[in-house]
Design a protein around this ligand. Structure first.
Ligand code: CO
Length: 383
């Protein structure tokens, strides 16, 4: 009997012993012995397998016997038929197969400045080739020097996409044409849908001390680029934290974890179905989560380097670089040093043409010209 067991979040330790987590799973055991041996006392492997699987919590175990080679072709055909039809194999062959994501490409960040001279590091979005559909840009700003941030981002427009600001340290104030005033403070998120148009400013509310955080730009599909602008402030208290072995994960968007335990962030239900986690790990500890298999995904470590998947030189991702991941429904990230902090972003690709002119991101040149004209004429933000 050949046995392959894939262990993933399959049990947890408690003070009273191990508790299996696979209670809602059907397990199929493909046994290459069986047939006339099936069910007779000599078939001890079956009992052994049931015991092992019960430890993981699974009670719904099906055995598919496919032996027949030693008793003639007729029996072989019969056992394959039996395996297919009588054991329901034909309807279960689409059971999940896990594929772990790997590191396929690195986009190094470059020092640049934006707004009225705020110093930052840009990775995703340093060039059109460095975008990762639907992600247009990721900026990390982090400094203790007031002169690097004090000029802020005075009044400027946006059209056609979403901006997400995530503050780790410091205090900025957002004000927009809709009359929204939002305080961007530690570990809070501002999720702004520019849509048809937003005119806003983001100015520091401190004259000294540390200012640190991220701004992420996520594209909107063609059908939503001209929708009314929207704005959402998410305070730290509304961002759930998952405690994992040797670390913690803030779940800003999407769902973190595995089937047995899942934590969902406050941002849900958008066309690009974004996933946004901020993780903190001790050295040598591993973070693992499921991800939608065909989402674009990248990791950006802002403190310490990490290893994506198996330990090897080509899987190492240095700090302050965006590591683009292969498709797959799982990702495993190991911290190389203390303290390691990284963000993991994933989103459904739009596969639409992108034409960008500064803060306007549309599908065609004509739409960009229209946006520039609308801004000049004062109709960018008109409903
Ligand atoms: Co802005």
């Amino acid at each position: 009997m050949g046995v392959l067991i894939v262990l993933y979040c399959s049990f947890r330790y408690t003070s009273s012993g191990a508790v299996g987590l696979l209670t809602d799973k059907r397990t199929m055991v493909f046994a290459t012995r069986g047939h006339s041996y099936q069910g007779i006392p000599l078939d001890t492997q079956t009992g052994f397998m049931r015991t092992v699987l019960a430890f993981l919590g699974t009670e719904d175990t099906q055995f598919v016997y496919a032996e027949g080679t030693t008793i003639g072709n007729e029996s072989l055909d019969a056992s394959i038929q039996g395996a297919r039809l009588n054991r329901g194999l034909g309807t279960h062959h689409k059971e999940t197969f896990m594929t772990h994501r790997t590191l396929v490409r690195t986009i190094q960040s470059v020092a640049t400045s934006d707004g009225a001279g705020v110093k930052l590091r840009r990775s995703i979005g340093t060039s059109p080739a460095a975008r990762l559909d639907p992600f247009l840009m990721l900026d990390e700003f982090g400094t203790d020097r007031a002169e690097d941030y004090i000029a802020g981002f005075p009044t400027h427009p946006h059209r056609g996409f979403e901006t997400v600001t995530y503050m780790l340290d410091g205090h900025m104030r957002h004000e927009d044409h809709m009359g929204n005033v939002g305080e961007l403070t530690e570990v809070g998120v501002q999720w702004m849908t520019a849509g048809h148009g937003v005119i806003h400013s983001e100015m520091p509310q401190q004259k000294e001390g540390r200012m640190r955080g991220f701004q992420l730009w996520i594209n909107l599909p063609a059908a939503e680029k001209m929708k009314p602008a929207g704005y959402k402030d998410i305070p730290a208290s509304e961002i759930p934290v998952a405690n994992i072995d040797g670390g913690r994960v803030k779940v800003i968007a999407g769902s973190f974890g595995c089937e047995a335990s899942e934590i969902s962030g406050p941002i849900q239900g958008m066309t690009t179905a974004p996933v946004f986690f901020d993780a903190e790990l001790d050295a040598g500890k591993t973070f693992e989560t499921k991800l939608p298999a065909t989402h674009s995904a990248f990791v950006y470590s802002y403190e310490g380097s990490v290893c994506i998947g198996e330990h090897s030189e080509q899987n190492e991702l240095a700090a302050q670089s965006a590591g683009v991941l292969s498709p797959g429904d799982r990702v495993r990230i190991t911290a190389n040093a203390v303290p390691t902090r990284f963000v993991l972003l994933a989103g459904k690709p739009l596969n639409e043409p992108v034409v960008q002119h500064g803060p306007f991101v549309m599908n065609t040149r004509e739409q960009i010209e229209q946006a520039i004209l609308d801004y000049k004429n004062g109709t960018l933000v008109a409903a």
